[in-house]
Design a protein around this ligand. Structure first.
Ligand SMILES: Nc1ncnc2c1ncn2[C@@H]1O[C@H](COP(=O)(O)OP(=O)(O)OP(=O)(O)O)[C@@H](O)[C@H]1O
Ligand SMILES: [Mg+2]
Length: 343
């Protein structure tokens, strides 16, 4: 390479910064090449008179606990952006925190979008990037990023079966040659499991609990299959019969039955996609099994549950939370092979 070109390449590298953002219903993650995951925060903002006063963990703690004048809001719902202005402010806030004063004009960013995102929604994300003054914004579908992040050769002609069990959505996708061959996005995820627990306690015991209590119960005792005999969870909430704060002990087995309907919907959708896979790709999938990513992959025994239901080996990735953002960051390195939408 001539010396001048080499110098230009180097300059370009110093001049530009790459950043990957996994914008999820539950969590937002930022990844910087060679640094790794630099931010992992709940996708929540706190707003006073239209001005953002907190974001991430601090705002998450305020959910359901805000005084008059402050609102804690989740700008993404069911995997899609419910409030564009707040989402943009939240991303700007997070990027500003990890990059300090680095100018947005010198950024190239890649943002993950769920498979089910419409063209209108995609264009809105791209124009939000532009409005923030970011030089180039690329979009990547979450299942593809997940497969790349877990080290699979997505660009090859070989079928890859991925389930991304997120907070607000579950995406089921078959990938080959760098693209999605077949997919389905269900607006149900880990948060639906929490809501199901919340509703169950209300209906069965007239006990009202907060969503974060339901989420904790799920993580500690929400077995998808084979709940341990002696495990239980003690709920704290309001007993509506007596109108007083109260506790209630529930066995893991009962919790497992309570969440079964959500899991069965998800398993049914996975089965539905599996039945539609073209034969050549089905052969690959039967050999390699199903790849499970997303925070929901941490639900105890979910891999066992799915493998029994669909009769396929299920592999839960090592880092279900971060593999999507890492994959997105890796995708920036071979853009020419992926044909990603960008501005
Ligand atoms: N140990 C655990 N057991 C069960 N579920 C868990 C565990 N840890 C986290 N989760 C769930 O994972 C979900 C969040 O996953 P993730 O961060 O992948 O979602 P997201 O990317 O923000 O959402 P989406 O992709 O749907 O927009 C939450 O519903 C959370 O309750
Ligand atoms: Mg996600």
């Amino acid at each position: 390479m001539p010396e001048q070109e080499q110098r230009q390449g180097l300059n370009l590298r110093f001049w530009r910064r790459d950043l990957a953002v996994d914008l999820g219903t539950a969590n937002t993650l930022i990844y910087i090449p060679r640094q790794g995951v630099v931010l992992q925060e709940p996708s929540v903002v706190a707003v006073r008179n239209g001005t953002l006063v907190a974001a991430g963990k601090k705002a998450h703690r305020m959910l359901g606990r805000t005084p008059a004048g402050i609102r804690a809001i989740k700008p993404l719902q069911g995997g899609v952006i419910a409030d564009y202005e707040l989402t943009r402010k939240m991303i700007e806030y997070f990027i500003g925190r990890v990059l300090k004063r680095f100018p947005f004009l010198r950024l190239r960013i890649i943002i993950t979008v769920p498979y089910g995102t419409t063209q209108v929604e995609r264009r809105a994300v791209l124009s939000a990037g532009k409005r923030s003054g970011i030089k180039e914004t690329y979009l990547i579908e979450e299942p593809i990023a997940a497969a790349i992040g877990s080290g699979l050769p997505v660009a090859e002609p070989r079928g890859i079966f991925v389930v991304n069990f997120g907070g607000g959505v579950t995406e089921i996708a078959v990938i080959s040659l760098g693209g999605i061959v077949l997919a389905r996005s269900l607006r149900q995820g880990g948060e639906t499991v929490d809501e199901t627990i919340q509703r169950y306690l209300l209906r069965r015991y007239r006990m009202e609990i907060g969503l974060s209590v339901a989420e904790e119960a799920k993580r500690k005792a929400g077995y998808a299959a084979d709940p341990p005999q002696k495990l239980s969870y003690i709920f704290r909430g309001i007993n509506l019969r007596r109108r007083l704060p109260d506790t209630l002990e529930i066995q893991a087995e009962e919790l497992s039955e309570a969440i079964a309907p959500v899991l069965s919907t998800i398993a049914g959708a996975v089965q539905g996609i599996f039945e539609k896979i073209p034969p050549q790709l089905a052969a690959d999938v039967m050999q390699d099994g199903l790849l499970l990513v997303g925070g929901g992959a941490l639900l105890p025994n979910i891999d066992l549950y799915l493998s029994r239901k669909i009769n396929l080996p299920v592999r839960r990735v090592e880092d279900p939370f971060t593999c999507v953002v890492r994959g997105a960051s890796m995708a920036l390195q071979y853009l020419e092979r992926l044909e990603l939408q960008h501005n």
